[in-house]
Design a protein around this ligand. Structure first.
Ligand code: NAP
Length: 291
């Protein structure tokens, strides 16, 4: 049984990016520049922004965080996005979610210029994804595809079951798997909360990809022997036996599923580690498209 090492893969991808950035700088060009917009003081968002700052620095990018109080109006936030859109020195822009309740998330996300939308939330970029056109790829689904590709896990003609149909993970992941391209070409089924006989459907999967948002929901009975299991979920759950009083787990019950499958992503250290590297890849792409 193989434990798919997302941390190692993330290092590989970041090394590739850093090498390219170094060569651009040697040629006298400026560094790629990512803007991160955050409104309010949501703890998880602030931690994520710190992680973006650290990772951008590691690969030689510039990063500007635009931090606003939760009281910022929707109009002011849209103006801030407009400012970033028109700043030629900024290549990519992401808006950290969730936004304060009085702000329409869709309005803000759709305001970002598609060519700077490195999170791939804009409808134009989602449209390109559906049509299989060259564009940004959403970071978490693309992280899954990178893991499958770099671990040489065959997807062509394989029966892939995606559990979850969110707009940021499940749906785009299913779209990537079904593309008519090498390292895709899978036969894809999507499960959600209204799916009947989900255990039986999942147990047919050669590759089971889980983004359900429920800690350790997928047990061994959902998994075919020797299947590949990709766990996108991330949770912090109470654990009285741990010094910290909690532990991090995924949507899959690793202790039992890992005994039955051929390969599995751990949590932490799996998909999540590669997601950041894929965001950096998109930012580099936005930068290169401008050169
Ligand atoms: P989400 O928006 O809550 O979507 C969850 C999906 O799972 C929904 O489509 C829902 O179905 C389905 N679902 C919920 N309960 C179900 C059940 N009992 N049976 C079948 N389907 C069920 O979650 P998300 O944003 O996609 O995130 C999923 C997980 O991935 C979370 O743990 C999140 O923290 C994690 N995540 C990780 C990364 C990363 O970089 N590793 C990035 C993003 C998210 P309905 O549509 O019918 O409600």
């Amino acid at each position: 049984m193989t434990i798919i090492d997302g941390k190692l893969l993330a290092q590989e991808i970041k090394h590739e990016i850093a090498t390219k950035v170094a060569s651009f700088i040697d040629e006298g060009k400026s560094a790629p520049h990512l803007a991160v917009v955050i409104a309010g003081d949501d703890g998880a968002s602030l931690t994520y922004v710190e992680s973006i700052k650290k990772n951008t620095k590691e690969v030689g990018f510039l990063c500007s965080a635009y931090q606003f109080p939760a009281s910022i109006s929707e109009r002011e936030l849209l103006e801030a996005i407009d400012f970033i859109n028109h700043d030629d020195e900024i290549d990519g822009c992401i808006v950290q979610l969730p936004l304060p309740k009085h702000i329409d998330k869709q309005k803000v996300v759709q305001k970002i210029y598609p060519k700077k939308d490195v999170d791939c939330f804009h409808t134009e970029n989602i449209g390109k994804l559906v049509l299989g056109e060259d564009g940004f790829l959403p970071a978490t689904p693309n992280a899954v595809m990178e893991l499958l590709k770099r671990y040489e896990i065959e997807t062509t003609g394989k029966n892939c079951v995606v559990v979850g149909r969110s707009n940021i993970v499940g749906k785009p992941l299913a779209l990537l798997l079904v593309q008519n391209t090498p390292h895709a070409d899978a036969t894809v089924t999507i499960c959600h909360s209204k799916t009947k006989n989900m255990k039986e459907v999942c147990a047919q999967a050669d590759i089971l990809l889980v983004a359900i948002g429920k800690p350790e929901f997928i047990t061994a009975e959902y998994v075919k022997k020797d299947a590949v299991v990709i766990d996108v979920g991330i949770h912090r759950i109470e654990d009285k036996n741990s010094e910290k009083g909690y532990r991090i787990c995924g949507d899959v019950k690793f202790s039992e599923v890992s005994k039955k499958c051929r390969a599995i992503t751990p949590v932490p250290g799996g998909v999540g580690s590669v997601t950041m590297a894929c965001l950096l890849k998109n930012t580099l792409k936005a930068y290169q498209q401008k050169l």
